[in-house]
Design a protein around this ligand. Structure first.
Ligand code: NAD
Ligand code: MG
Length: 392
């Protein structure tokens, strides 16, 4: 039996992970589940999966969770520290599916107990890639990418010599606004941004797909996960989302990973790794598909991609600041304090300010430095969103 825990069990990735685990109860023993405000769902999941511990990250939700689970023999806890403790409980496999930089500390806790970490939370690698890789090395923990593009790259690299890799190409659907004229984007609303043409995902990553901040994070994530130079990671718009990523080798070969846009593939691959097992995903009918198209991303439309290049060149704490500023800018957009296009402006201003002040420079970022840069960037982005941009 594989002992598994799910951090962020009630989210989009978390629910799909639960579904795959429930489909093979004889193979898995569930150790811990964590969630947020959706206590009813977390309690339902806990009753079905019988973990030893169920945690909500919100202290004000603890009583309700305890009540819903009373008499079930499942321990209940709340708060950020309890989420990290859940991640620390001995398990063989931990799904990191919390959204945002909040996933970093629990992910590190899972790594430090030597678990295989299935990494949906891309923010972990963006904010603290070198730190996370070093922790995985020190604790003999395996990292398995769950982001569909990165799972695709990981699969294309099986049996290959990493030194023969010339480049990695991440595909991007182009998100909700890929066919909108540029001049309409300024007035785009959160509701419009939160619909995705191909993938069904959580609200925040869906809006990040429309702005391409998601792809920007993924470029940095790929560089960190696969040890690439910044110019070895490319992005191509592929509206059909059937090829998830490609790896280009030094002999000119391109290995593409294809499949239906369904996260259960990447989650299931990580869950079953190093084996491959049957998964309940649609099989592609290429003749029915007919054609696939590709085009270069327009950086005027997607400034986030330019910012990702800058972050990789700057290094140090730039990834942590970039991600945190993005999260705060997204909050401001969701609250209708700033417009869709202003998210990138806020992030760029935060990077400019922190870079000028030397606040991003550090040789080997430790966790305290990462969390400090995260907090500063978040605070600066929130402040800019309240003031500067609104007067311009
Ligand atoms: P979601 O919003 O649907 O779910 C997030 C989960 O995290 C929920 O269980 C929520 O309760 C929990 N959570 C939120 N804030 C928290 C906090 N501060 N502390 C502890 N727990 C918290 O998100 P999602 O779409 O499932 O995405 C999860 C992660 O996976 C993100 O990093 C996202 O970028 C990545 N990802 C998602 C998809 C997808 O298809 N949804 C694809 C690729 C990568
Ligand atoms: Mg992805």
């Amino acid at each position: 039996m594989k002992r598994v825990s799910i951090l962020g069990a009630t989210g989009s990735i978390g629910c799909q992970t639960v579904e795959l685990i429930e489909a093979a109860p004889e193979r898995f023993e569930v150790v811990a589940l964590t969630g947020g405000r959706n206590v009813a769902l977390l309690a339902e999941q806990a009753k079905r999966l019988r973990p030893r511990l169920a945690v909500t990250c919100h202290d004000d939700c603890r009583a309700e969770l305890a009540e819903r689970l009373s008499g079930n023999g499942i321990e209940v806890a709340s708060g950020d520290a309890a989420v990290a403790e859940a991640a620390q409980m001995q398990a063989d496999w931990v799904m990191s599916a919390i959204v945002g930089a909040a996933g970093l500390v629990p992910g590190l806790a899972a790594i430090r107990q030597g678990a295989t970490l299935a990494l949906a939370n891309k923010e972990t690698m963006v904010a603290a890639g070198p730190l996370v890789l070093e922790a995985a090395r020190a604790h003999s923990a395996t990292l398995l990418p769950v982001d569909s593009e990165h799972s695709a790259v990981f699969q294309a690299l099986v049996g290959e010599d990493r030194a023969a890799v010339e480049r990695v190409i991440l595909t991007a659907s182009g998100g909700a606004f890929r066919d909108w004229p540029l001049e309409r984007l300024a007035a785009a609303t959160p509701e419009q941004a939160a619909t995705h043409p191909n993938w069904s995902m959580g609200q925040r990553i869906t809006i990040d797909s429309a702005s391409m901040f998601n792809k920007a994070l993924e470029v940095i994530e790929a560089r960190e996960l696969f040890g690439l130079a910044p110019d070895q990671v490319e992005v191509v718009i592929h509206p059909e989302s059937l090829i998830h990523a490609l790896v280009g080798f030094n002999d000119g070969a391109l290995m593409a990973h294809m499949g239906a846009p369904d996260m259960r593939h990447a989650i299931g691959y990580a869950l079953n790794w190093p084996e491959r097992r049957g998964l309940p995903v649609a099989r592609l009918d290429l003749a029915a598909t007919g054609s696939m198209t590709f085009r270069a991303p327009d950086e005027a439309r997607y400034p986030a991609l330019r910012l990702a290049r800058r972050v990789m060149e700057e290094g140090g704490l730039a990834g942590a600041a970039f991600n945190a500023a993005k999260e705060a800018a997204l909050d401001a957009f969701l609250d209708r304090r700033i417009g869709f296009l202003q998210m990138a402006q806020v992030v760029e201003q935060v990077l400019d300010t922190m870079s000028r002040a030397g606040a991003l420079r550090v040789d080997i970022p430790g966790l305290d430095a990462v969390l400090g840069a995260d907090a500063e960037a978040r605070e600066r982005a929130a402040r800019i969103s309240r003031t500067d941009l609104q007067t311009t």
